[in-house]
Design a protein around this ligand. Structure first.
Ligand SMILES: Cc1ncc(COP(=O)(O)O)c(C=O)c1O
Length: 374
């Protein structure tokens, strides 16, 4: 059996008529950039979050640095985040000209450990940047408390958890801006690059709208800015898919539960931990080998058996070659959890179109590897 890592082609086939109709609407309208379909999608996305504004931009990385810039974060300022995330979280801090300050992640959720944050705060700190890793929210209540105590912004990197919830809080409710990515494989993904900022903050809304469009909100009138807009074709695709997101996330949760039940007795791997009361939407289903030296053999065994398992992310940002490339960066304390996560993680295939047979086959192969490895 072959088990693919991505399900976007299956997803396209399942709702092809809806997607094609939305794309045709854009093509026939003749308005492909900053057109009505983008405006409509922005309203739908803001509504989905129960928030006032959503601004479509070129990709999730731009969403982050545009949010930082809109809040006036730049050279001399510090933003606190983690190193076991996709590279773009830190990259966006550096693009904005700020200093990336890294603290360790929580051993069980792999999201930022709030108890590590206060030791990293200095007079230069401006923002906390939690990443809702793998589809589960960071502990936003604790993060907000720290931010309020020290007068800091909170910008959520929500590239991986659109549709997730915390225990008694929604994404966006406890922050200044939420940044998301619509790249192909995300829970809400388009056929290419895309991103958005969702916010109740009027200044962020106003500034990002200006910055994303060459510093212009009125034809021919410009101030300094950039070109980073979500194309209407992508907005059309995303608009068709948004209607299905909750049902797709529910299916991911069912498949995750099937993996968890199948692997419950495995001794050599740790399974994903869901915080009580949280809705984890399993962008990725990540297990960790108990021993770092077991990770690559497990991955190779799965790959040899036709299962396209991967790693997210096998090299933590501070362990990348050449780090920090002349950019401003600071590590506070040690990062044992982030380093363990990088060394031991294996992502099993996870998407709503995955079949139960594919999950069961993957479980069978993980258990077969465990038996062999002793
Ligand atoms: C946690 C995280 N942050 C930021 C990004 C950047 O998004 P993009 O690839 O759309 O620039 C991604 C996704 O790729 C991500 O997973």
């Amino acid at each position: 059996m072959k088990v693919e890592f991505y399900g976007h082609v299956r997803q396209y086939r399942n709702i092809q008529a809806e997607i094609d109709a939305h794309m045709r609407e854009v093509l026939e309208s003749g308005q492909y950039v900053m057109g009505p379909v983008l405006s409509r999608f922005e309203k739908q996305l803001a509504g989905y979050h129960g928030m006032k504004h959503a601004i479509g931009v070129g990709n999730g990385t731009d969403a982050l640095w545009l949010a930082f810039m809109a809040l006036g974060i730049g050279p001399g300022d510090e933003c606190i985040t983690t190193t076991n995330t996709f590279f773009a979280t830190a990259e966006a801090i550096w693009i904005a000209g700020a200093t990336a300050v890294f603290v360790d992640s929580d051993a069980r959720t792999n999201c930022i450990d709030p108890s590590r944050i206060e030791a990293a705060i200095t007079p230069k700190t401006r923002a906390l940047v939690p990443v809702h890793l793998y589809g589960q929210c960071a502990d936003m209540k604790a993060i907000r408390r720290i931010a309020d105590k020290h007068g800091l912004f909170v910008i959520e990197d929500n590239a991986q958890a659109l549709g997730a919830r915390g225990d008694g809080f929604r994404i966006g409710e406890l922050s200044d801006a939420v940044c998301t990515s619509f790249i192909i494989q995300k829970n809400l993904g388009t056929f290419g690059d895309g991103g958005a900022i969702i916010t109740n903050n009027e200044k962020v809304d106003r500034e990002v709208r200006r910055l994303r469009n060459h510093g212009s909100v009125k034809r021919s009138c410009h101030s300094f800015g950039f070109n980073s807009r979500l194309d209407d074709l992508h907005a059309g695709v995303l608009s068709a898919k948004l209607k299905h997101l909750d049902e797709w996330n529910d299916r991911r949760r069912e498949l995750a539960a099937r993996y968890t039940a199948g692997l419950a007795n495995a001794k050599s791997v740790t399974l994903p931990y869901e915080m009580p009361g949280y809705r984890h939407i399993f962008h990725l289903y990540v297990i960790e080998t108990s021993r770092p030296e077991h990770r690559d053999p497990l991955l190779a065994f799965l790959n040899e058996n036709g299962i396209d398992a991967k790693c997210h992310y096998p090299i933590a940002i501070h362990q990348q070659e050449g780090y920090p490339w002349g950019k401003q960066a600071r590590i506070v304390g040690s990062l044992p959890n982030s380093e363990r996560n990088a060394a031991c993680c294996v992502s099993l295939p996870m998407y709503p179109e995955l079949t139960e047979q594919e999950v069961d086959y993957t479980v069978e192969k993980v258990l077969a590897w465990e038996k062999r490895a002793g």
